[in-house]
Design a protein around this ligand. Structure first.
Ligand SMILES: [Zn+2]
Length: 526
């Protein structure tokens, strides 16, 4: 295939822009000027009509497994009160046989009047005969009704598990909110979807990702059942996507399997299982992010540490010895200190050049920790849309002092690191142009705000690289992915508008016209 008459941003080291690309055997065979190349016999010629072309965009922190699960449950995103959600649950309950579980995701009490956490009472009225489990938008809290508490055997006498909390009322009765590790009390009780249901949901999610311009993700925490589905889809030729997988260490069976097996590539590298994901703390929205000092809006609370530094160090050494990259979720400043301490000690014990270990989120950083990323060779993997989603309330949680190190992209780039860019979908939308817009403007997509901490913005070139070349580096895949250079896989996206030239307020509206994966057309706008 010869694609010509485009504005093709190759994103090679020099930032070359060319008008013509030739794809052979799934890889880029030529990137340059039309007059320097002739189509081979029977080669398809595509006129790009002057459009901008980028290398396929990659989301460095997405949850395909969870996105597929969300498709099979109620999506509560944006609902603006506890009652509105209870009504949706009541509708579902009316159509489901008694006893069937009702699952849901993406509620956010910060959108509700008073921003108070919900309780089981409203769900008990809506669905007395169905266990209900609704996961908060950040995945760090689950809101359940009394039937679900009963099914999981959670009662007044149940102790809080390590790293988790069962919210209770003044009399000590569970209120129906399970925070962080307490959510695991539902594991094995709440039924999983069937293989056929899950495969279909994954296929639909991949179609959505391709339509948004993504040709790949780094999946931060997949479990065996999801990997089994990807394997089935690959065998059927129904996985047109690149997925670099970090297996979830908190799923014991998954980590035990891969610790024995080591890294694995499936389907000509479409799915590469190359990393392990550890969780150091919770999230800011549910006040589970581990802070050095108290939450400003919750005195006495410093969040939750899910894995102590010694355990992160032990798992890091174990995973690295088996050839896995290590990615640690750390949101609060204390969790980031712990993760960096653990990495530093692990490297002192077993030095490892070019390890590219990652801190996922790196959201709130103490001043002293900022330069440690570059010094240790650790990459921050960050989600620009978290900044624009959290800016309305982050200051209440953190106060002005700590905000200086929050979502501090410019401060980190200044130390010489690159930032892997992602969305954390389904927490945010998988649309990478939302992320690029947030990185460039630090404004909500309505563009009404003047921009939060504008000194921390990225340039457009940095923001686009944080979804392409920098992500290829962050997954050790820069020989294959990230830029449109000869020899690399021909993953590319033809855009409705030029992301480098359009008005910045329009970036979130950019749509792919054509998406190529390994030179094959995997999406075409109607
Ligand atoms: Zn995540």
């Amino acid at each position: 295939m010869l694609l010509t008459n485009g504005r093709i941003y190759t994103l090679d080291a020099a930032g070359s822009v060319v008008d013509t690309l030739v794809v052979r055997n799934g890889r880029v065979a030529f990137a340059g000027r039309r007059r320097d190349v002739n189509p081979a016999p029977r080669e398809e010629v595509v006129d790009l009509e002057g459009r901008a072309v980028l290398p396929g965009l990659v989301d460095a922190h997405g949850h395909l497994m969870h996105l597929a699960r969300v498709r099979l449950t109620l999506d509560l995103r944006g609902l603006d009160s506890e009652e509105a959600i209870a009504r949706r649950v009541a509708e579902r309950a009316a159509a489901a046989p008694p006893g069937e579980w009702i699952g849901g995701r993406n509620w956010d009490q910060n959108l509700w009047p008073g921003a108070r956490f919900p309780s089981r009472a409203s769900l008990d009225r809506a669905a007395p005969d169905h266990p209900v489990a609704l996961v908060r938008i950040d995945g760090h809290a689950t809101w359940v009704n009394s039937a679900a508490l009963r099914a999981a055997g959670i009662e007044r006498a149940t102790a809080d598990p390590a790293g988790g909390r069962i919210a209770r009322d003044a009399r000590g009765e569970p209120t129906g909110l399970l925070i962080d590790a307490a959510q695991r009390l539902l594991q094995g009780v709440e039924p999983r979807p069937t293989d056929a249901q899950f495969d279909r949901a994954v296929r639909e999610c991949l179609a959505d990702c391709l339509a948004a311009g993504l040709t790949g993700i780094h999946e931060m925490g997949a479990e065996l059942y999801a990997l089994a589905s990807y394997r089935r889809l690959l065998e059927r030729g129904e996985f047109p996507f690149h997925n670099y997988v970090a297996v979830a260490a908190r799923s014991r069976s998954t980590w035990e399997h891969y610790r024995e097996r080591g890294p694995e590539a499936l389907g000509d590298g479409r799915v590469t299982i190359g990393a392990v994901k550890l969780m150091a703390d919770g999230a800011l929205g549910s006040r589970g992010a581990a802070l050095h000092d108290d939450y400003c809006d919750d005195p006495g609370n410093r969040g939750l540490v899910l894995l102590p530094a010694e355990e992160i160090e032990r798992l890091t050494l174990e995973a690295a010895a088996r050839g896995f990259q290590v990615c640690v979720h750390a949101i609060g400043d204390r969790a980031n200190t712990l993760a960096l301490d653990a990495f530093e000690r692990a490297l002192a014990r077993a030095p490892r050049p070019d390890h590219r270990w990652r801190v996922e989120h790196a959201q709130i950083l103490a001043d002293a920790d900022l330069p440690r990323f570059a010094r240790l060779g650790v990459l921050p993997s960050m989600q620009a849309t978290h900044c624009t989603s959290d800016m309305a309330w982050a200051a209440e949680r953190l106060g002005p002092e700590r905000l200086r190190g929050a979502y501090a992209w410019r401060s980190l780039l200044a130390t010489g690191v690159v930032i892997a860019g992602g969305s954390d979908f389904p927490v945010e939308s998988p649309n990478p142009f939302h992320g690029i817009h947030a990185a460039v403007t630090r404004r909500p997509r309505s563009n009404e705000d003047r921009g939060w901490q504008p000194g921390q913005r990225m340039t457009r070139a940095e923001a686009v690289r944080s979804f392409t070349t920098w992500n290829a580096y962050a997954s050790h895949q820069e020989a294959d992915l990230g830029s449109l250079e000869v020899g690399k896989r021909a993953d590319a996206v033809v855009l409705s508008e030029d992301v480098f030239a359009c008005d910045e307020a329009r970036i979130p509206d950019i749509r792919p016209v054509l998406t190529l994966l390994g030179g094959e057309v995997v999406y075409r706008a109607r």
